[in-house]
Design a protein around this ligand. Structure first.
Ligand code: GSH
Length: 397
């Protein structure tokens, strides 16, 4: 269990986004109606037809106000509204992290790199026809869902874990998994801590508004053990807190720990990542569940990238592969599928545009997280299903 003295560093005091109400704050006329009826009860009943008519008019006004209020809190989106807005705006607004190597991070030239950034480019290419018609919006863990709900972004691609609670309580959809991860711990090398339970009684640095806070609590509580979490509200500062010796361990996704390790002040060998994971973290893009067309589009862009890898179609050869042997990929992309592209709400060639923009899933992985990147994270569960992994695109027909 969390020890009594949970520490919150640099916390804004706001509650975790996952547990926050989905209803945004608004200027509510209801209290004014309530005040009117309250004072009406206290006063003597109005006499005469004119007075009663006035009361009825105010009553009607209040009811109308409440109805307007209820329907305007979260105006229901028409099917396809986000998709249509992206097309007419001509720019995709994609929420990303403020800087997590391998997922979304600016390089020295100011260009965003990473799996999530590339996925945003693939969606922009499929929908708008240009991977660079993109606004990447950096978001903290604690502000990502409010940004989506306020429609400041069209899609969130920010190392976000698909959970039951987020899906049902926040009105979200996680169209498909982009990366299978798990939460682990980083400790100083030679600390004598070999497994998570060795951290009983220790301080652990963790980022606010993440699944990691709850997983940490659950893991130790369910074993009758305790840790003191040191909760920090940004990725950069949580890592700094650990390296400054504020906690015995730092907990996050294994991929995040691998990135933090590269930047360890004493060099990568000065820290180690414990082998045992304590959670499942299926990371997925996130969209509002009110626009089914948009959910489908985002889902099938990701599956097209996976399917391209399944059939050996790369950024450089996809046209030749599709023109050659008939495979499920050519059935996804071929000209006779134009009617299906229309049904999806995009111009034919959408899947080719996505793959040509960023490569197939394997190419994106290797460039950002795998052997061609400084992180060199083995593909493990992110291998294709045909190679023993979990990556799998549903069939076309
Ligand atoms: N996958 C987890 C964690 C996501 C998360 O925010 N992780 C932190 C790891 S330190 C992060 O990426 N922070 C980046 C940032 O705040 O920009 C979740 O969905 O809650």
């Amino acid at each position: 269990m969390f020890a009594a003295g949970t520490t919150r560093l640099n916390s804004s005091g706001a509650a975790c986004a996952a547990s926050r109400s989905v209803i945004p704050s608004f200027d509510c006329p209801a209290p004014r109606c309530g005040a009117f009826f309250h004072s009406y009860r206290l006063r003597s009943r109005p006499r005469g037809r004119a007075a009663r008519g006035k009361v009825r008019a105010i009553h009607r006004w209040c009811l109308a106000g409440i109805l307007v209020l209820l329907t305007s809190v979260l105006p229901p989106l028409q099917a396809g509204e986000i998709l249509e807005a992206v097309k007419s705006r001509g720019t995709l607004r994609c929420g990303v992290s403020e800087g997590v190597a391998g997922f979304s991070e600016k390089d020295a030239t100011g260009r965003w790199r990473g799996l999530d950034a590339d996925f945003c480019r693939a969606v922009a290419a499929a929908v708008i026809g240009d991977p660079e018609r993109l606004e990447l919006v950096p978001l903290k863990a604690s502000t990502r869902f409010p940004a989506l709900q306020a429609r400041r972004i069209d899609v969130l691609a920010r190392n976000t874990t698909w959970t039951f609670t987020r899906e049902v309580a926040l009105g979200l959809q996680f169209p498909a998994v982009i990366f299978y991860d798990g939460q682990a711990f980083m400790v100083p090398a030679g600390s004598g801590i070999a497994k998570p339970t060795d951290l009983n009684g220790a301080t652990v640095c963790v980022e606010k508004g993440t699944t990691h806070e709850r997983n940490l609590s659950f893991y130790f509580t369910s074993r009758g053990l305790s840790v003191t979490p040191v909760v920090v509200d940004s990725s950069r500062e949580v890592v700094q807190a650990f390296f400054a010796g504020r906690c015995r361990a730092y907990t996050s996704e294994r991929s995040r720990l691998a990135a933090a390790r590269l930047a360890a002040p004493g060099g990568p060998a000065s820290v180690e990542i414990l082998a045992e994971p304590i959670s499942k973290e299926p990371l997925a893009p996130v969209v509002l569940d009110t626009d089914r067309e948009w959910v489908k589009l985002v889902r099938w862009v990701l599956y097209a990238l996976i399917m391209a890898e399944e059939h050996g179609a790369t950024r450089d050869n996809i046209e030749a592969v599709v023109a050659g042997a008939r495979t499920p990929l050519s059935r996804l992309i071929g000209d006779h599928r134009a009617a299906l592209a229309n049904a999806l709400g995009v111009k034919p060639g959408w899947a080719i545009r996505a793959v040509k923009a960023v490569g197939n899933y394997g190419e994106i992985y290797e460039r950002n997280l795998g052997s061609a990147s400084p992180l060199a994270i083995e593909r493990g569960p992110n291998r294709l299903w045909s190679q023993g992994g979990l990556m799998y695109a549903p069939p076309i027909d």
